[in-house]
Design a protein around this ligand. Structure first.
Ligand SMILES: NC(=O)c1ccc[n+]([C@@H]2O[C@H](COP(=O)([O-])OP(=O)(O)OC[C@H]3O[C@@H](n4cnc5c(N)ncnc54)[C@H](OP(=O)(O)O)[C@@H]3O)[C@@H](O)[C@H]2O)c1
Length: 310
């Protein structure tokens, strides 16, 4: 597939992003909470300039709860509180068992509030890919999915023309590609150089900074929005700080807990569009969405976070 099939081109994307006010430097200003007026942090999607909140919601394992009444009741609070706090991006996949069905049903119970639906293709072959997107659309209960990503680059050359056609026809709004755990970065880099993806998704956290030297700068160059997965290293980051008091500098970036420190580290990188922490607990969700507001670390504090926690 040629880049020309997937307009607008990277130069135009950069211009759109600039117009939309993309933060241009790594050293983002530490504005006080009062100065931000409690407004939530958003970032533009470079290909259109549409803004999305910097904290999204992952659903791997956490939303794969089938018919469990107790789990669904808790997840209803998770989803409701996420959206009430201003969150929008919900990330899922056909690989996540019942997660897409659970999202769709809970969204129905909440009377379909505004949400940015991000799911994936995770299969081989064109026909199977088309069927899978159609099934996802139906499970989410939506006429149109916002973003469909090729999961773990699986058969991505086959799925790209399908997704490009769906985008042209208005059946999806954006297309993307994902990986995680630092896997297949070379192949992802090649794909990003070849194709103008709207979104790329890979792992980025203070525990896993493999994407820093190449993928994050390349995403900026190519005008691709970045979704950072595994922001808590799958939860392991909390083990790293267990029993450790929050440092004094956390107050300088309006963090009341470690979750907010981990998330603000990620979303203060200028190439990152949003991070997608997953949780099964409403109390944890409320901690996580706290990172939507308040000051963000500047370059010096980001380095300190790496020194102390990386
Ligand atoms: N290749 C891909 O496309 C790919 C690969 C990996 C992940 N992803 C996406 O990225 C999302 C996030 O990654 P992930 O789910 O692997 O890991 P993660 O978000 O880094 O960590 C999730 C873990 O953190 C815990 N947690 C969440 N908030 C917490 C808080 N405030 N305090 C303490 N613990 C907290 C959760 O436990 P509780 O439930 O107890 O809160 C859960 O065990 C996935 O759900 C998925 O949507 C995509």
């Amino acid at each position: 597939m040629s880049v020309a099939d997937l307009p607008p081109d990277p130069a135009r994307r950069r211009a759109l992003a600039a117009l939309a006010g993309t933060a241009a430097t790594l050293a983002l200003p530490r504005r006080s909470a009062a100065a931000t007026g409690g407004a939530i942090h958003t970032r533009p999607i470079p290909s259109t300039g549409e803004r999305v909140p910097v904290i999204g919601l992952g659903t791997w394992i956490t939303f794969d709860v089938g018919d469990s009444v107790a789990s669904r009741a808790e997840l209803l609070s998770v989803l409701r509180d996420f959206l009430a706090a201003g969150g929008r991006v919900v990330d899922s996949s056909p690989m996540y068992g019942s997660a897409e069905a659970v999202i769709g049903e809970l969204a129905g119970e909440l009377r379909r509030p505004p949400m940015f639906s991000a799911t994936k293709i995770w299969t081989f072959g064109r026909w199977a890919g088309e069927r899978q997107v159609e099934r996802s659309r139906s499970l989410w209960g939506l006429e149109r999915l916002d973003l469909v990503q090729v999961h773990n680059l699986l058969d991505w050359r086959t799925h790209l023309p399908t997704l490009a056609a769906m985008k042209r026809e208005g059946r999806i709004r954006y297309l993307g590609i994902t990986t995680s755990h630092g896997r297949r970065h070379d192949e992802l880099e090649r794909a990003m150089r070849e194709v103008a993806f709207d979104f790329v998704q890979f792992t980025y956290s203070v525990a896993d900074r493999d994407a820093e030297p190449r993928l994050l700068p390349l995403a900026r160059d190519r005008g691709a929005a970045v979704i950072a997965n595994r922001p808590f290293d799958g939860g392991a980051l909390f083990d790293r700080v267990r029993g450790r008091a929050l440092p004094a500098w956390a107050a300088e970036i309006d963090c009341a807990n470690w979750a907010q420190v981990f998330l603000k580290f990620i979303v203060s990188h200028p190439a990152v569009t949003c991070a997608i922490p997953a949780t099964s607990q409403a109390a944890h969700l409320r901690e996580n969405v706290g990172a939507l507001t308040g000051r963000l670390p500047d370059g010096a504090l980001r380095q300190r976070i790496v020194r102390e926690l990386g």
